[in-house]
Design a protein around this ligand. Sequence first.
Ligand code: UDP
Length: 221
Amino acid sequence: TIEGFFKNSEPPKLIATANAEMVMLANEDKEFKKILDEATLVVPDGAGVVWAARHQGDNMPERVAGFDLVQELLKKSSQKQYKVFFLGAGRGVAEQAKLNAEKKYGAVNIVGIQDGYFKPEDEAGIIAKINELRPDLLLVALGVPRQEKWLKKNLNQLNIKVAIGVGGTFDVMAGNVKRAPLWMQKANLEWSYRLFLQPQRIFRMMAIPEFMLKVLLGKKD
Ligand code: UDP
């Protein structure tokens, strides 16, 4: 389990949460594909991925939304004081996310925060700051695939146990973006709600029907 990773020492573990758009992106972007292939854990964050895996006969229990996974880990942090660092999202967003998490889960041990709109020349300083704080868990919200690429590039110089690319999680936690109602989540329709809130996603989501077609035709690449 992920908690087990907190107790182990190096090397840092990379966890990715994958939805159908990301799988399609991995088809085109070989660097991104390699990152997913080499990740310690890829969590099926998307009804499409679970459906596809089952279609291919894999035993895939259920969808684990990246958002829910992060909430579980923050709860654990408040119980066991695991150290968490928030990297990414707009200025003030992760701060608000932290406040809301503390209201919900109590004393979550968030040791540091850095927004995701830094310049390349600030990167070394940010890594140094993270390493000084030695978080068990680094949550990175820089968008897909930038967050995964950033992590892969820097993973071995980071003094952390586990890193997860968390996409829009801080925006949702801060209350800036809403998740779909529970019934929609359960009916595997969360993607349609996202599309409704952020119509610009249509271009990314065009990949979904193509993804389904590929699965049905049984092509691996
Ligand atoms: N983001 C960031 N720096 C960037 C680009 C994006 O911090 O240069 C943040 C953005 O503010 C948002 C998060 O990355 O909080 C992910 O956004 P999105 O909802 O597009 O996530 P995705 O679906 O791509 O994972």
